[in-house]
Each structure stands twice: as structure tokens, then as C-alpha cells.
Write a protein that binds this ligand. Structure first.
Ligand code: NAI
Length: 218
């Protein structure tokens, strides 16, 4: 198996989607699938799929296709879904609470162990199984529990400072929802910036193209 560092970032971006589709097939009891069938489902070309999956060993067999369960678990291993990296949420407002309760961290390699907010009015409130802690407790908590992943659901202005503090406390991965393009000036830090608004704009672009071509036909 190739190490993640040897797989191109565009292939890595597609792995969660392969993992999700293969997981659905597995649930349906499908044992094997050809690259053609997988390509129809995923709207990728069969050759793209073969190229992608070849990057980490090509688990397909000529005339047999891919063994769904095996490929699903191999991709899961590459993604690290069984690792249970300790994870905390910073910011227990609307978004932080929604993420803490609606995202299934366990099946994605993370274990949610804490949620923090600087607003004392929120301290002690339940979010799922967790109680919101005040950010004054953050340092002691991190030194003891050693989380490595932080989900940032705080306002833009607070983001860099909190991120720097968390890096100092040993956190290495940031799932950043704040509207601040986090670039941490530290080595070995992973940041995944998420902007739902950017995704909506991509949809708006597509809608605009469609609407313009319909207007042109009138
Ligand atoms: P909210 O106002 O409901 O919650 C923000 C929470 O952060 C508050 O409870 C506040 O006390 C807390 N907070 C502020 N500074 C903090 C600090 N230094 N340490 C710990 N907690 C702190 O806002 P909401 O709706 O939950 O949104 C959170 C952030 O996420 C906002 O910046 C918003 O713009 C952004 N957002 C991003 C989206 C995306 O797609 N990336 C989608 C929706 C919101």
C-alpha cells in the first residue's frame, strides 16, 4: 500500500466519496463491482477509477472487478477511520452544537471528547452526551486528555488566536468553519477549511449558466 504522502491530493480528496459509496454498496449486500458500474454510480470515468485505485495497490482483478468489502476496508485504513483521534469543538453556538450532535465522528476516525465556549452562560449545558466546558478549562483539559483534532466554530476574529493556543497545547489538525482562512505558521499542522457559502456559490454559478442558456433560447 502506498503511504498517504505518495498519493496525490486530488486522489485523497476523492477517497471519502469512494468510501461512502462502497459503504452503501456493502450495506446493500453487494459483494463485487466492476469499475464500469462504480463509474456509473459515481459519475467518474472507469479509467479515472482504475487510476485512482491503482495509486494504493489496485485492488481490482481483471474480469472480477472490485471486492466491495475489501476495497471499503482498505480505503478506510488509508483514511484512518479506526484511529479514534481525540477531538474537541471550540464554540458551542448554533454551528458548534449542530456539528457536535449531527456529525458522526466515531465512524470517521475521531472521538469527540469535549466542547468549549467562552460564554459562561453556556457552561454545563448538555450537547449530546457532553457538557459544554468554559474555555478557562481548555488548557488543563488538553494537557490531561491530549486531543489532536479541533473543530473551530467561533467568529473570524477569534480564530487565529485560538488556533495558535491549541497548537501550543499539542493539537495538530483543524476542521475550520470560521470565516477565516486559517494558515497556521507551524510545521506539521493540517487545516481543512470548510465554507458552506463557497459551495452555495458554486451552485449559484451552475444555476446562472443554466438560466442564461434558457434565456438565450427565448
Ligand atoms: P454563534 O454566534 O451561534 O456561536 C459562536 C460561539 O462562539 C458563541 O457561543 C461564542 O460565545 C463562541 N465564542 C466566541 N469567541 C470564542 C472564543 N474565543 N473561544 C470560545 N468560544 C468563543 O455562531 P454560529 O452560527 O455557531 O457560527 C460560528 C462561526 O461559524 C461564525 O463565525 C460563522 O460565521 C461561521 N459559520 C461558518 C459556516 C461555514 O460554512 N464555514 C456556516 C455557518 C457559520
Amino acid at each position: 500500500m502506498a503511504k498517504n504522502g505518495q498519493i496525490s491530493s486530488s486522489v485523497i480528496k476523492r477517497l471519502p466519496r469512494y468510501y461512502r459509496f462502497l459503504g452503501e454498496l456493502k450495506k446493500q449486500g453487494v459483494e463485487r463491482i466492476s469499475s464500469r458500474e462504480l463509474s456509473d454510480m459515481m459519475k467518474l470515468t472507469a479509467s479515472q477509477i482504475r487510476q485512482d485505485l491503482n495509486c494504493f495497490g489496485g485492488f481490482g482483478q481483471q474480469g472480477y472487478g472490485y471486492h466491495v468489502d475489501m476495497l471499503h476496508s482498505e480505503i478506510g485504513n488509508i483514511l484512518g477511520v479506526d484511529r479514534q483521534f481525540k477531538t474537541i469543538v471550540i464554540g458551542a453556538g448554533n454551528l458548534g452544537r449542530a456539528i457536535a450532535t449531527h456529525i458522526n465522528f466515531d465512524t470517521r476516525g475521531c472521538e469527540l471528547i469535549g466542547i468549549f465556549d467562552r460564554d459562561p452562560a453556556l457552561t454545563g449545558m448538555k450537547v449530546g452526551k457532553l457538557e459544554i466546558m468554559h474555555t478557562d478549562e481548555l488548557e488543563q483539559f488538553c494537557r490531561k486528555q491530549k486531543p489532536v483534532v479541533a473543530v473551530l466554530c467561533i467568529p473570524k476574529a477569534a480564530t487565529q488566536e485560538i488556533a495558535d493556543k491549541l497548537v501550543g497545547l499539542g493539537l495538530r489538525s483543524f476542521w475550520n468553519f470560521s470565516h477565516y482562512d486559517l494558515s497556521i505558521d507551524h510545521e506539521d499542522i493540517i487545516v481543512e477549511n470548510v465554507h458552506l457559502g463557497d459551495s452555495l456559490l458554486t451552485l449559484t454559478y451552475g444555476t446562472n449558466v443554466l438560466a442564461s442558456s434558457e434565456d438565450a433560447k427565448k
